[in-house]
Design a protein around this ligand. Structure first.
Ligand code: FAD
Ligand code: NAD
Length: 457
C-alpha cells in the first residue's frame, strides 16, 4: 500500500549511516516514499572493495570502482532521499539523535549538526584493526579506502625512484625495496598477488635491473598458515604459488609487534624479537569497530552489548538494548564472516523488511502501536536467510582460488586460470552499475594490452 499525501507528512524519519555495501544495498531495495530518508556518510560514493587491491597497482582505476551515492538520492519529490556528507560522531539512543561532523577539507559556518531519527540504520562498517601496536597508525599504509590505494602506489614507486639515487648505499637500496604486508588474510594475500604481478610484469620492464633484482616482498602472518578461511589444499596451493615468485617470501608464525618509520619489530615462533628494515609496510590484520560503534556499545551498556567486536543484534538486525536502531554489515556481530557478500544480503533483507513494516513504524511513530504490538507483528515477518555463493580470492599470475561448502558441509574447491576467469566474471557481474562494469572491463583490457603505469601521483 502506498502512503497518501497526508500520511507522507508523518512518515518516520529513517537515518542511514554509511554508503557501503550494507547501506547502499538497503537503499536500493527501499520504497523511499514511505520514510523521510536521510543518509549520512563521510564519503559521497560507494566503493566496490573486492577490486581495491588491484587499484593500488592500476589494474583497475579508482573511478571505475566508485559509484556516486547522489545517483541513488534524487528520485521524485515524494521519494527524494537526503544525503549529507558528514561523519557521525555519536548516537544518542535515549534522545534518538545522531551528532555529525563535517570532516572534509571545506567547512562552512555550520560544520556540526544533530539529526533526530525514529529509525536508525548503522551501516558504518569497520576500521582496520591495529591492536594498539605501537607505530602502526603513524607509519603503516592501510587498504580500506580509495585514498589508501593512492598512498600505497605513491609510496611504492617513490621507493624505487629513491633507491635509484646515485651513491645510494646497498643496505639502503635493500631497505627501500623491501615491501612488507602484515596479515595473511584475504586482503593481505590479494594485495600481495597484485604487487607480485605489478613488479613482475611492469616494474621490471621500466626500472633498471640492478634495482628490480633487489626488490623483495614479505607477507607476515602470525598464525602457522595464511588464508585460514580456506581448506588445507587451497592454503598449500596459495603458499606455493606466492613463494614461486623469486621476490616473495611468506613468514608464518611471525607477529609484528611494532612499526617504526623505517623498520618493523617481528617476533618469531621462538618468541625472539628482531628488527627488519622496510621501504613500505601495508597493514592488513582485519577489522575493529569504529569509534561511533564503540561509543554506542558503551552507551547501551555491557549487559546486552557484551561483544567488543561490534553491535549485538537480534534475528531482525535490531540492536539489542536500543529502541529503533538496526545494524547491518561489518559493524554488527553475527555468526557470519564480515564480508561484502554478507553485508549486501543483509542490506537487501533489511530494505525489504522496512518496506514490509512501514505501516507499523508509521503507527508506532503516531503512538497508535506500542513496542509489544510492534514486536509481535515483526515476529511474523520472514527471517534473514544467508545464501553463500562461495569464497573467491585472486592469488596472482592469472590465477584465483574458489571454495564452497554444500548443505552436507562437503567442500568443493578450484584453482587456476579457469577460476581466475570465474573470479573476474563474478566480480564484474557484482558491480552495481553498467557504467562500472564497462569501466572495469575496459581497465582490465587496457592493463593487459599496454601494461600498468609506473608513474607516481
Ligand atoms: P563498508 O562497505 O566499509 O561501508 C561503511 C560505510 O560507512 C562507508 O561508506 C563509510 O564511509 C561509512 N562510515 C564510516 N564511518 C562512518 C561514520 N562515523 N558515520 C557515517 N558513516 C560512516 N568481501 C567480499 O565478500 N568479497 C571480497 O572480495 C572482498 N574483498 C575485500 C577487499 C578489501 C581490500 C577489503 C578491505 C575488504 C574486502 N571485503 C570483501 C570485505 C567487504 O569489503 C566488507 O565486508 C564490506 O565492505 C562491509 O560492508 P559495510 O557496508 O558493512 O561496510
Ligand atoms: P583477516 O582477519 O581475515 O586476516 C588478518 C590476518 O592477520 C589473520 O590471519 C591474523 O592472524 C593476521 N595478524 C593479525 N595480527 C597480526 C600481527 N601483528 N602480525 C602478523 N599477522 C597478524 O583480515 P582481512 O584479510 O583484512 O579480511 C577482513 C574481512 O574481509 C574477512 O572477513 C575477509 O573474509 C573479508 N575479505 C574477503 C575477501 C575475499 O573474499 N576475496 C578479500 C578481502 C577481505
Amino acid at each position: 500500500h502506498r502512503l497518501t499525501k497526508e500520511e507522507m507528512k508523518d512518515r518516520p524519519n529513517l537515518v542511514i549511516l554509511g554508503t557501503g555495501w550494507a547501506s547502499l544495498c538497503l537503499l536500493r531495495k527501499l520504497y523511499t516514499d514511505r520514510y523521510n530518508v536521510t543518509i549520512v556518510s563521510p564519503r559521497n560514493y560507494f566503493l566496490f572493495t573486492p577490486l581495491l587491491p588491484g587499484t593500488t597497482t592500476g589494474t583497475t582505476e579508482s573511478r571505475s570502482i566508485m559509484e556516486p551515492i547522489r545517483k541513488y538520492c534524487r528520485r521524485s519529490d515524494a521519494d527524494d532521499v537526503t544525503f549529507i556528507e558528514a561523519e557521525c560522531l555519536q548516537v544518542d539512543p535515549v534522545k534518538k539523535t545522531v551528532k555529525c561532523y563535517d570532516n572534509s577539507a571545506v567547512k562552512g559556518e555550520v560544520s556540526e549538526f544533530e539529526l533526530p531519527y525514529d529509525q536508525l540504520v548503522m551501516g558504518v562498517g569497520a576500521e582496520s584493526a591495529t591492536f594498539g601496536i605501537p607505530g602502526v597508525k603513524e607509519n603503516a599504509c592501510f587498504l580500506k579506502e580509495i585514498s589508501d590505494t593512492r598512498s600505497i602506489r605513491d609510496r611504492m614507486i617513490d621507493c624505487f625512484e629513491t633507491a635509484g639515487y646515485p651513491g645510494q648505499p646497498d643496505a639502503e637500496i635493500d631497505r627501500l625495496l623491501h615491501f612488507v604486508i602484515v596479515g595473511g588474510g584475504p586482503t593481505g594475500v590479494e594485495f600481495c598477488a597484485e604487487l607480485n604481478d605489478f613488479i613482475t610484469n611492469d616494474v621490471k620492464k621500466a626500472f633498471p635491473k640492478h634495482l628490480t633484482d633487489r626488490c623483495r616482498v614479505t607477507l607476515v602472518e602470525a598464525l602457522p598458515h595464511i588464508l585460514t578461511v580456506f581448506d588445507k589444499n587451497i592454503i598449500d596451493h596459495v603458499e606455493k604459488k606466492l613463494q614461486s615468485s623469486p621476490t616473495t617470501k611468506i613468514w608464518t608464525q611471525t607477529a609484528v609487534t611494532g612499526v617504526k618509520e623505517r623498520e618493523m619489530i617481528v617476533r618469531d615462533a621462538e618468541k625472539k624479537e628482531r628488527s627488519v628494515p622496510y621501504g613500505m609496510l601495508v597493514w592488513a590484520t582485519g577489522n575493529a569497530p569504529r569509534p561511533v560503534t564503540q561509543k554506542l556499545i558503551q552507551s547501551i551498556g555491557p549487559e546486552v552489548q557484551n561483544v567488543r567486536r561490534g553491535l549485538v543484534v537480534d534475528e531482525y538486525f535490531r540492536v539489542k538494548g536500543a529502541d529503533g536502531i538496526w545494524a547491518i554489515g561489518d559493524c554488527s556481530v553475527t555468526p557470519l564472516a564480515p564480508t561484502a557478500q554478507v553485508a549486501s544480503q543483509q542490506g537487501r533483507y533489511l530494505g525489504r523488511l522496512f518496506n514490509d513494516i512501514s505501516e507499523d513504524l508509521h503507527q508506532k511513530k503516531q503512538g497508535q502501536m506500542n513496542d509489544q504490538e510492534f514486536t509481535a507483528d515483526l515476529k511474523k515477518k520472514p527471517l534473514f536467510k544467508y545464501r553463500h555463493m562461495g569464497t573467491l580470492a585472486y592469488v596472482g599470475d592469472k590465477s584465483a582460488v574458489f571454495q564452497i561448502k554444500d548443505a552436507d558441509n562437503k567442500t568443493t574447491t578450484s584453482e587456476g586460470l579457469a577460476t581466475f576467469l570465474l573470479w573476474r566474471s563474478a566480480y564484474l557481474s557484482k558491480c552495481l552499475s553498467i557504467r562500472n562494469r564497462v569501466l572495469v572491463a575496459f581497465d582490465w583490457t587496457k592493463a593487459s594490452i599496454f601494461g600498468r603505469d609506473v608513474s607516481r601521483g
